[in-house]
Write a protein that binds this ligand. Structure first.
Ligand code: NAD
Ligand code: IPM
Ligand code: MN
Length: 356
């Protein structure tokens, strides 16, 4: 029997609420599999920091790194809280995990499930995946301010793009495109302005494309990509893009495909040298935290990505089928369900369909 060490980082706000439901579904769907998930919980996030001053102590980072996978809810306090200035939780915890564990692929699928209302009048079929670079770009924090606080302040944010870093994520994106029916890859960048990084990304895509003759390659500037995500999302299959463009595009992608409460993600270390980390795209949602108002579906679909990654594709498919069934039933239950009700309903669909 396989033993999998799973690190749980519930985090702040709605994080613990949605992780509880995700774990409920994970336990139900793997009950019949020959596997045991040994879970350890790490209490990290803004709340811990405000209480103890700890962001991510080295020994806890090491302990997390010794697991096979990580499930994270969300971290971060109330935007604008002066005690959290400097983005120490986002940078010192979330990005530190992504960087240290070399999560160079940030995988964010967007699927409009049948029956889900989209804000678009004619969404058509929406089924694409954003392969967002996860360890470079402006996120490295390689900037600085000069003469800060004076009228002569200069604030620089430097976007770092390495040939090594771009090539490995572009290769992953081509492999992803090759495995999908439509086999189409769209590079999204801003090569008309960001000429140095743009040139590197475009040249890398052109060079790798030679090895994937079956994949159709396309290019869009990021501003135009936001138009087409709204007017013709069906044109997208796999999007490959840098860390910041990918962050912005995936919130838009979530919005058009049923909302942020459904958007799942995986921070993947493809070689498997470090544990990959699965989390909903959304944040800690302080505006609805503690009220059982959060939709846990994004966290539950992140469990499906986790199961795929760990080599349980059938269990992953069963989670998606149960979510699909739950979403189809939502139209008939107009009253807002509590977070636990959604988790329970998805588990019930696993049982109904003999999916567990
Ligand atoms: P957010 O995603 O937390 O919230 C944006 C809006 O979406 C809010 O109105 C919220 O109520 C709603 N929402 C989010 N998740 C939902 C769900 N599951 N069900 C229903 N509604 C949901 O973004 P924000 O307000 O910009 O950020 C809040 C905090 O979270 C900040 O500290 C931010 O840095 C952090 N954050 C963390 C992560 C992460 O941990 N991966 C991601 C994004 C933001
Ligand atoms: C996300 C979040 C993070 C990001 C923040 C909280 C650092 O917005 O996971 O999309 O920008 O990557
Ligand atoms: Mn984001």
């Amino acid at each position: 029997s396989r033993r999998i060490k799973l690190a749980l980082i519930p985090g702040d706000g709605i994080g613990p609420e949605v992780v509880a439901e995700a774990v409920k579904v994970l336990d139900a769907v793997t009950a019949t599999e020959d596997v045991t998930f040994e879970k350890s919980t790490f209490s990290l996030g803004a709340a811990r920091f405000l209480e103890t001053g700890d962001v991510l102590p080295d020994d806890e980072l090491e302990a997390i790194a010794s697991h096979d996978a990580i499930l994270l809810g969300a971290v971060g306090g109330v935007p604008g809280d002066p005690r959290l200035a400097g983005a120490n939780i986002e940078r010192g915890l979330l990005l530190k995990l992504r960087f240290t564990l070399d999560h160079y692929v940030n995988l964010r699928p967007s699927v409009l499930f049948p029956g889900v209302p989209s804000p678009l009048a004619n969404p058509g079929e929406v089924d694409f995946v954003v392969v967002r670079e996860g360890t470079e770009g402006p996120y490295v924090g390689n900037g600085g301010a000069i003469r800060a606080g004076t009228p002569h302040e200069v604030a620089n944010e430097v976007s770092v793009n390495t040939a090594y870093g771009v090539e490995r994520v572009v290769r992953f994106a081509f492999e992803t495109a090759k495995s999908r029916p439509r086999k189409k890859l769209t590079l999204v960048h801003k090569t008309n302005v960001l000429v140095f990084s743009g040139s590197l990304w475009q040249r890398t895509v052109n060079a790798v494309a030679v090895e994937y003759p079956e994949v159709t390659v396309d290019y869009l500037h990021v501003d135009a990509a936001t138009i087409f995500l709204v007017t013709n999302p069906g044109m997208f299959d796999v999007i490959v893009t840098d860390n910041l463009f990918g962050d912005i595009l995936t919130d838009l992608a979530a919005a058009i495909s049923g909302g942020i409460g459904l958007a799942a993600s995986g921070n993947i270390n493809p070689g498997g040298r470090f544990p990959s980390m699965f989390e909903p795209v959304h944040g800690s949602a302080p505006d609805i935290a503690g009220k059982q108002l959060a939709d846990p579906t994004a966290a539950i679909l992140s469990v499906a990505l986790l199961l795929d990654h760990l080599g349980f594709p059938d269990a992953a498919q069963r989670v998606r089928a149960a979510v699909t069934a739950d979403i189809a039933a939502r139209a008939d239950t107009p009253s807002r369900r509590r977070t636990t009700d959604v988790g329970d309903a998805i588990v019930a669909h696993l049982h109904d369909k003999g999916l567990e």
